[in-house]
Design a protein around this ligand. Structure first.
Ligand SMILES: [Zn+2]
Length: 364
């Protein structure tokens, strides 16, 4: 499809090379969807989004958030909330730090200032977690308005935060997000699924000036655009995962890295190999980034989060019983048991790729 589009655009036969992909894919995406993510910002005013994202946890798990100005913070932009469980007990503290400043690095993350644990004296320590982003700061005339990808980031980090806050284990080293790497992104990516659910968005996504709810047509477009190029992106991730695992599995030196990688990636190769090119020499994720034999976990986390969300789709995306099961089987347990055991306990079966393929629009 992309080759045909490129040929039509250029008025001559184009054989796509790897370096052409992004250029033509973006052109085709814009031509097809006329999608301007910036135009959606008025529907995602930060205050409304906080209500929506925190409200998701209230709706699913019955927990509430109470801002407490008495809690000391490390910067005036930071806010602190007490998190209260549905039975009124204290779960922990969540700090939010949303805006860029000179001393802050870019990106978004969740960390724990203090992990949940039970001390040798029997005291139950509740966690203090923080979610940090780099959203556009409000001005005197305009509030902070988020793009959909920023709302997604918020949902993602908030999922990590819930993993930390719900922790009910004994040892801090096994508490909350201290789980195996190929399991840690399940709670966070699971939350992202809500971004494309109209029922969720209707609760808070209103135009900040007119109060108009986000139009269904715009939500459909968010979904369509999220699926654009999904199959390509999938094969690309699998290619990296296969090459990582191939390097990890060698038992003797490799004489010809180029041929070695070609063979490893052959099942998912889309373009003809470029002679002289090798991925491993620049694959810092696995040689310098801690992802050795773990690159697959990016794709695997998608399998898990789509499969987990499929259960919510079956029972209702706000179904309390399903949420309770997700909380007790997965979010509370940290790294105290094998992830596959925890997952099966929640899902009743092994994860399958069916839900992910459907969500990406690859299958019906
Ligand atoms: Zn994450």
């Amino acid at each position: 499809e992309l080759s045909a589009y490129a040929s039509q655009t250029e008025g001559r036969e184009i054989e796509l090379c790897p370096w052409d992909y992004s250029y033509y894919a973006n052109k085709l995406k814009n031509a097809r969807y006329a999608y301007d993510e910036e135009a959606l910002r008025p529907y995602f005013e930060l205050g409304n989004v906080i209500d929506g994202v925190f409200g998701l946890a209230t709706r699913l798990y019955g927990v509430t958030f109470r801002e407490n100005n008495e809690i000391p913070v490390y910067h005036p932009d930071v806010r602190a909330y007490e998190v209260i469980d549905r039975d009124g007990s204290f779960l922990g503290i969540i700090y939010t730090d949303f805006f860029p400043r000179d001393s802050k690095r870019p990106g978004a993350w969740m960390t724990e200032f203090r992990s949940e644990e039970i001390t040798p004296e029997g005291e139950h320590i509740r966690p203090h977690v923080t979610i940090v982003m780099n959203f556009t700061k409000p001005t005197a005339t305009r509030p902070s308005l988020l793009a959909p990808y920023e709302v997604e980031t918020f949902l993602h980090e908030f999922g990590h935060a819930l993993h930390g806050l719900f922790a009910a284990t004994k040892y801090a080293s096994l508490s909350g997000t201290n789980v195996l790497r190929d399991f840690v992104e399940l709670p966070s990516q699971f939350n992202e699924n809500y971004l494309t659910e109209k029922e969720f968005l209707d609760g808070f996504a209103r135009h900040y000036q007119t109060g108009e709810p986000i139009p269904a047509e715009l939500v459909d477009r968010i979904v369509a655009v999220s699926r654009f190029g999904a199959a390509y992106a999938c094969l690309r991730q699998l290619n990296f995962g296969l090459i990582d695992m191939a390097w990890h599995s060698i038992t003797s030196p490799v004489d010809d890295p180029e041929a070695f990688e070609c063979e490893a990636g052959a099942p998912v190769a889309m373009f003809a190999h470029i002679p002289g090119s090798v991925i491993g020499s620049t694959f810092s994720h696995i040689f310098a980034g801690g992802y050795a034999a773990g690159y697959y976990s990016y794709k695997w986390a998608e399998v898990l989060d789509a499969d987990a969300f499929a259960k919510f789709k079956e029972n209702g995306i706000f179904d309390r019983a399903t949420a309770e099961s997700f909380r007790t089987c997965i979010l509370m347990r940290g790294g105290t048991e094998d992830p596959d055991e925890l997952y099966r306990r929640f899902r009743g079966q092994d994860p399958s790729i069916t839900a992910l393929l459907a969500r990406d629009g690859i299958t019906e």
